[in-house]
Design a protein around this ligand. Structure first.
Ligand code: PMP
Length: 392
């Protein structure tokens, strides 16, 4: 997206997406004339309840689920907390072991540490060099004590997509529940709860061009959770607190648009992504693709450039009006290398030499043109200054 105000080329959709103007339009009345608290017993409250339940039905349809299976939250971090902590506490009589992967989003990693403090045992499964988790390797870590497995549908960093249908099939009938953080995948790949036996699934609104600060947890019928937030008992007692009505209406509108446009949008973005990858690898010497060559999100290109630091590259591109990322926005202000890249076997300096470019609904071929005009020269200049780089 080239913003008309700044002419900035925005290639950081994984960190934040603009809200679709159709979503803004749908939300607008809910700030003013259609305000209301769904818990109120008067007409204004009734209309708020109607909007809330209509939104729940739309989000459920997006996941091919039933409305009762949708719990609105403040975003994916909260959904992940409710899924893992709520499930572990409620089901601890069945076992005290939880399996996650080394690739998970920081929210899952930190929730897992918290569960360890509460007395649960956590196993972290490593991926292969492309960031893929082998279903068999995951299965091998499941014991009689295991109650829950949590795997992200796709990596928000390197874009690798996991074999969630195979993982879900493998766990079916074992009595072990499966939680999936689908934030990076939603709106880009079909996420169908009637087709894939997932028990708990986290989604967020902004990743489908809805407002920030809203999300949902899908809880398959029959799956029992303990509440993590105590209060007035909203959302079937699982997530107390007045619902964010404009936000929820926005998320539902975004879900409807995503359902209708996803297949065409993914094809368009995947073609643009492939061109970007092809041109970077052939025009920038000693550059490599991180993540899986084919099992990757349609909007994700993630590179490693030998001999330079991703941070210097990001700042030089920023000077040229190109917004990119060195990894997860959720932890980009730390100097630690990306845990995802390290878990794929990259050395610290290799992880530090990496850059993430993510496309989205408003990306144009001209954005890729602009990157290709600038990137090879910037890499060359930085390498000229780098004692680490030896041209081959
Ligand atoms: N999971 C994944 C895969 C993410 O990329 C993010 C951040 N967008 C989150 C969870 C947390 O989402 P939020 O910041 O909306 O709580």
């Amino acid at each position: 997206m080239v913003s008309s105000q700044t002419d900035e080329v925005y290639l950081d959709y994984q960190s934040a997406r603009p809200v679709d103007h159709r979503v803004v339009e749908a939300m607008q009345p809910y700030f003013t004339e259609r305000f209301g608290n769904p818990a109120s017993l008067h007409g204004v409250g009734d209309r708020a309840t109607e909007a809330l339940e209509d939104s729940r039905a739309k989000v459920a349809a997006f996941l091919n689920a039933t409305p009762r299976e949708i719990i609105f939250t403040s975003g994916a971090t909260e959904s992940n907390n409710l899924a893992l902590i709520g499930f572990a506490r409620r089901n601890k009589r069945s076992g005290n072991h939880v399996v996650i992967t080394e690739m998970e989003h920081i929210s899952i990693l930190n929730i897992a540490k918290y569960l360890e403090q509460e007395g649960f045992r956590v196993t972290r499964v490593p991926p292969d060099q492309y960031g893929r988790i082998s279903p068999e390797r995951l299965r091998a870590r499941v014991t009689d004590e295991t109650i829950l497995v949590s795997v992200g549908w796709a990596s928000n960093e390197i874009g690798t997509v996991q074999a969630i249908p195979a993982i879900a099939e493998m766990l079916r009938g074992t009595g072990v529940a499966l939680h999936v953080d689908a934030v990076a995948a939603e709106g880009q790949l079909p996420v169908d709860m009637a087709a894939v036996p997932v028990d708990l699934l986290s989604i967020s609104s902004n990743d489908i061009y809805g407002p920030q600060g809203v999300g949902a947890l899908y809880v398959r019928k029959g799956v029992r959770l303990a509440a993590v937030t105590m209060g007035g008992g909203q959302e079937r007692g699982l997530r107390s607190g007045t619902e964010n009505l404009p936000g929820v209406v926005g998320m539902a509108a975004a879900a409807g648009i995503a359902a209708g446009e996803m297949s065409a949008e993914s094809v368009r973005l995947a073609a643009m992504r492939d061109r970007l990858i092809r041109e970077v690898l052939s025009n920038v010497p000693d550059s490599h693709l991180n993540g899986h060559p084919t099992e990757r999100l349609p909007n994700n290109a993630h590179f490693r450039f030998e001999g330079i630091e991703g941070e210097s590259l990001l700042l030089s591109l920023r000077d040229e009006g190109i917004a990119v990322s060195t990894g997860s926005a959720c932890s980009s202000k730390t100097l630690e290398p990306s845990h995802t890249l390290i878990s794929c076997g990259l050395l610290h300096e290799e992880a530090h030499g990496s850059l993430e470019l993510t496309l989205g609904r408003f990306s144009r071929e001209s954005d890729v043109d602009r990157v290709m005009q600038v990137l090879p020269g910037v890499v060359k200049r930085l390498r000229g200054l780098s004692p680490l780089y030896r041209a081959k």
